[in-house]
Design a protein around this ligand. Structure first.
Ligand SMILES: Cc1ncc(COP(=O)(O)OP(=O)(O)O)c(N)n1
Ligand SMILES: Cc1ncsc1CCOP(=O)(O)O
Ligand SMILES: [Mg+2]
Length: 207
């Protein structure tokens, strides 16, 4: 059963990590500090390790009642009965994911810098849409760039809007003020010396 998810707050996304013990320890600290959603994203390991790590994170998320979203792979999400999946333009159709995961699953869609993509994603059943990158991203330096105007212009979409890309505690508030509901962050949380303290810093963007 998908836990009810807060439509506002920090959306933590895991950094590439081969050491499952280290990944779990850091995720546990992040979950305890309080995030709205956790996405498992790992481009650096093989499919078997991804499955093992996803299952381990699922147990941790369940303990903290935080929904677990799987990046890229709706088949893995369906296989382990995760709470949802996040799909980009090369990750398959939202409709196929919805059919496999069911009505209550959380389906996220990357919409980059495009309001048209966001409208199509909502029509196809997306639970939230994500725009970005808003700032230069150390994790994805060549990501497409989105501007604050997009947040102003997308207010009537009817689903939560996520901002991603180079978000720091000192620039996140500008995105929230422009209308975004969730701040999605990788390096600012998972590359921090103290990920729980970093989560608390981001939470101030919503005050
Ligand atoms: C919340 C959120 N927003 C955007 C993305 C990026 O998805 P995608 O464009 O498929 O790129 P990769 O993450 O697969 O490199 C995301 N994962 N999460
Ligand atoms: C996956 C993704 N899509 C656009 S930017 C980005 C990476 C975000 O990571 P960071 O928070 O480290 O900039
Ligand atoms: Mg993807």
């Amino acid at each position: 059963m998908t836990p009810c998810w807060p439509r506002r707050g920090l959306y933590a996304i895991t950094a590439d990590e081969t050491d499952t013990g280290r990944l779990l320890a850091r995720v546990d600290a992040v979950l305890a500090a309080g995030v709205a959603l956790l996405q498992y994203r790992n481009k650096s390991v093989d499919a078997a390790t991804r499955r093992t790590q996803a299952i381990a994170l699922q147990a941790a998320c369940a303990r903290h009642a935080v929904p677990l979203i799987i990046n890229d792979d709706w088949r893995l999400a369906a296989e382990i009965d995760a709470d949802g999946v996040h799909l980009g333009e090369d990750d398959g159709a939202l409709a196929a994911a919805r059919a496999a995961l069911g009505e209550t699953a959380i389906l996220g869609a990357s919409c980059y810098d495009s309001l048209a993509l966001a409208r199509s994603a909502v029509d196809a059943g997306a639970s939230y849409v994500a725009f970005g990158a808003f700032f230069p991203s150390p994790t994805k330096p060549h990501a497409r760039h989105a501007t604050l105007d997009l947040l102003h212009d997308s207010a009537a979409l009817g689903v939560p809007r996520v901002a991603i890309g180079g978000i720091r505690p000192d620039n996140g508030r500008s995105l929230v003020m422009a209308g975004c509901d969730l701040l999605a962050v990788i390096s600012g949380v998972f590359d921090a010396a103290d990920p729980a303290a970093a989560v608390r810093d981001y939470q101030r963007c919503f005050e």
